[in-house]
Design a protein around this ligand. Structure first.
Ligand code: URA
Length: 249
């Protein structure tokens, strides 16, 4: 049977409002004002069917071409990285209403007491790519530990691949000391995400992680202007920079 390559179509107002920034009724108003065009033509009816391949412009801004949602959340402490939990609030629960939609889940887990960049999406494929160690998408953390360490030894141990207490051999990781007068702070770059990985890596050096924050996924840093507990959509460029390969190791 011949494959049907016709792109899937949806109502224009549905596609625009599914971006999470403008409601359907607002889309109607913008259409009335002539602020919406599809493939260069100003549209007068917000119910027309368009496809995700069409070039949709709203108030002079191109709409993201993606049918999936990608959200950067600056995770606060005390929420869990799952989609539902009996006791605690989840990273999906704390999203603002305009970003909430079906099938969202966190791409990778941060511990309840870890803060920082949590990517929330409904795109299973990108989540798989980000999490798969073979794809080498790095995750960068700032860790504060409870006591000084032998930094040169630790760097070498991380680069060689730490062997955890249960015999798990970790992939090569980068450790950088972050000079600080009254804290023992380190930047750590890893390319996999084993259970409590950073905490266990420091435990193998005889230290305890007391604060942990994820500050980047791949080439995309956490937006510094996003306070803890706040979230926003990623741009297409930001999404691309997540999966850029890191050539450092
Ligand atoms: N490593 C940890 O130990 N905890 C996290 O939340 C993330 C990485």
């Amino acid at each position: 049977m011949a494959k049907n390559n016709t792109p899937k179509t949806e109502r224009l107002d549905k596609i625009i409002s599914s971006q999470g920034l403008i409601s359907r009724s607002e889309v109607k108003q913008l259409v009335k004002k002539g602020e919406v065009s599809v493939n260069g033509n100003v549209i007068k009816d917000s119910s027309i069917k368009v496809s995700y391949d069409d070039a949709i412009v709203v108030c002079g801004q191109s709409l993201s071409q993606s049918r999936y949602t990608y959200i950067m959340l600056n995770k606060p402490k005390g929420v869990v990285s799952s989609t539902d939990d009996k006791r605690d609030k989840t990273v999906v629960d704390i999203l603002p209403d305009e970003l909430k939609r079906k099938n969202l889940f966190p791409a990778g887990r941060l511990d309840k007491d870890t803060t920082g960049f949590c990517l929330i999406t409904d795109d299973g494929e990108i989540a798989h790519n980000i999490l798969s160690p073979s794809r080498h998408v790095t995750k960068t953390y700032i860790a504060e530990v409870d006591r000084p360490i032998d930094v040169e030894n630790a760097k070498k141990a991380f680069l060689d691949g730490v062997v955890l207490g249960d015999g798990t051999v970790l992939l090569s990781a980068i450790l950088e000391e972050m000079p600080c007068a009254d804290k023992h702070l380190f930047k750590v770059i890893i390319k996999e995400g084993k259970y409590h990985q950073i905490k266990r890596m420091f435990a193998s050096l005889g230290t305890t992680v007391i604060e942990l924050k994820r500050i980047a996924i791949g080439g995309l840093p956490l937006d510094n202007s996003l306070p803890e507990g706040f979230a926003r959509l990623l741009t297409d460029e930001e999404l691309k920079s997540i999966v850029e390969n890191d050539e450092r190791f």
